[in-house]
Design a protein around this ligand. Structure first.
Ligand code: B12
Ligand code: SF4
Length: 452
């Protein structure tokens, strides 16, 4: 059977300017679920191809010979995913199966656009579903117990650009922040053995990948295991040009870990600083102290690990001043990048359930659940004020002047990137202001109208 996986991208992400920004921001990469499921189906005798919409436009007319279309969904791409699904079912009369984190949270909704929906990690059921042995409309799949037993992602199936291989050395996270969606989808927290991870890295080296990302939700959750992986990477010469990863401020307490991260080129980390207000941190169950944030900010620079500092905007206990204080802190510690993220109540998270029960959710389309748009009524400000604050803090951080600090600390390529981001933020804010005053039903104008 010919099976085609599609990983859709929301409208804004298919825009030429956004794609250009993507090139400046990082290396093209892929969601790994379809590549793992694709290998399982290939091993079962199917002919599989995987396509990502993030980096190129797809010509769906070329999918005429597919027997089955499998579509990955995250919340912000679900509107697009449903559109593609409807097209293939209604116009091309193809069978469509939906899966991924959004379809897993909203299976009944997803089923309106698909023949079947798989909820959760699909490895255990995918072959039987595709072969027609499991016929339920909604298939509940158990999570993978032993991650060492599933095959590695198969990048030969991917027909769209990809310059960095994504590795998941674990699934989930032992913490449970109230807004976090992955620690709920990938539950409980599970880890692969370091040897199994090393085997996968050997594969990418031999395939010629120069960049690898560790996309675990929290790579350093188990510090001893992380250190063992890093030691083995160094000993086996499996160090790539640069490996991005997600961490937590607690990693800064372990100097041996920091040195190994540096030596293994895990030199760019995204950490959720979230807020510099302890009450807010406690309210989201972050289990993080302000002192941890300060310590982490200072020490990462010593080990030349570039920090992408993520701040969550819109927590109930945070005022505008708190958010701006957070930005100022990131500026002071010379964070390599700053990622303000508007609190986004993803379905099936405690924060979503709370806001729904408090009647605070706006009726925005799912495509706006991308952490850059306000989708709820904040407690002490209007949705539009919070949206404006998002652009304000980004603009405060990305200044022409501060780019020279980055040049001094991180060198010329980091400076070029910073200038790119400075321009992007300027354009972003101009676009926001223009759209806010344009009554064509756009989201910024909708937020403004709602707030007056
Ligand atoms: C790599 C990654 C990216 C990459 C690649 C994205 C791409 N090519 O589209 C980049 C960096 C570009 C990216 C961008 C974005 N991302 Co992202 N990303 C990830 C990350 C870190 C890893 C994905 C992964 O490989 N997971 C591991 C594998 C094992 O899981 P999986 O792919 O989901 O697959 C399993 C199941 O879902 C299922 N399955 C998967 N596909 C399919 C398909 C079918 C048909 C079936 C039946 C089953 C099935 O079985 C698989 C095996 O168990 C996840 C976090 C995470 N832990 O998943 C966030 C994540 C998916 N991203 C997220 C977000 C918000 C975004 C952005 C909106 C961020 C932004 N502001 O720009 C954009 C949107 C991009 C878009 N397509 O529109 C959120 C989504 C939350 C949600 N509930 O929707 C996540 C969960 C992170 C988070 N903060 O919580 N992302
Ligand atoms: S630490 Fe990060 S990955 Fe873990 S639960 Fe909190 S937000 Fe999610």
């Amino acid at each position: 059977m010919k099976v085609i996986f599609v990983v859709p991208a929301a409208d804004i992400r298919r825009n030429a300017l956004y794609r250009l920004g993507n090139k400046i921001y990082g290396h093209s990469n892929s969601i790994v679920g379809p590549l793992i499921l694709g290998r399982i189906l290939k091993n079962a005798g199917h002919d599989v191809e995987v396509y990502e919409e993030m980096y190129v436009d797809l010509d769906f007319n070329k999918f005429g010979d597919a027997d089955l279309i499998m579509i990955y969904t995250m919340t912000s791409s679900s509107t697009r995913a449903y559109h593609i699904a409807d097209y293939f079912r209604n116009k091309k009369h193809k069978k469509v199966i939906l899966g991924g984190i959004h379809a897993s949270s909203m299976p009944e909704e997803a089923l309106q656009h698909a023949d079947q929906v798989i909820v959760g990690e699909a490895e255990g059921v995918i072959v039987d579903v595709v072969n027609g042995k499991i016929k339920n409309d909604i298939v509940y799949s158990k999570c993978v117990e032993d991650l060492d037993k599933i095959p590695f992602p198969d990048y030969s199936l991917l027909k769209t650009p990809c310059s960095a291989a994504n590795v998941m050395t674990s699934r989930g996270c032992p913490f449970s922040c109230s807004f976090c969606t992955t620690s709920r989808m990938f539950h409980p927290y599970r880890k692969r053995s370091p040897d199994n991870v090393i085997e996968e890295l050997k594969m990418y080296k031999s395939q010629g990948f120069k960049y690898v990302n560790f996309e675990d939700d929290n790579f350093t959750a188990d510090k001893n295991r992380a250190k063992e992986i890093l030691r083995k990477m160094i000993a086996n010469k499996l160090v790539f040009r640069e490996t991005f990863f997600f961490g937590r401020t607690d990693m800064a307490k372990d100097k041996e870990l920091l040195q190994l991260l540096h030596d293994a080129h895990l030199s760019r980390v995204l950490i959720g600083i979230e807020s510099l207000n302890q009450k807010s941190l406690d309210s989201i169950n972050k289990k993080q102290k302000i002192s941890d944030i300060r310590e982490c900010g200072e020490i990462l620079a010593k080990y030349k690990i570039r920090l992408i500092a993520s701040l969550v905007l819109g927590l109930d206990d945070d005022s505008k001043e708190d958010m701006e204080r957070g930005e100022e802190f990131c500026e002071k510690i010379n964070a390599y990048q700053f990622q303000p993220a508007i609190l986004t109540p993803f379905p099936k998270t405690p924060v979503y359930e709370q806001y729904k029960s408090e009647n605070r959710m706006l009726d925005n389309d799912w495509q706006y659940y991308d952490m850059m748009v306000v989708n709820f009524k904040p407690k002490y400000m209007s949705p539009y004020e919070l949206q404006s604050e998002f652009f304000k803090v980004a603009k405060l951080f990305y200044t022409f002047k501060s780019s020279f600090n980055i040049l001094k600390i991180f060198g010329i390529s980091a400076w070029v990137r910073r200038i790119g981001l400075w321009i992007a933020v300027k354009f972003g804010e101009l676009f926001f202001k223009k759209k806010s005053n344009t009554e064509d039903g756009n989201i910024y104008n909708k937020l403004k109208e709602l707030s007056t």
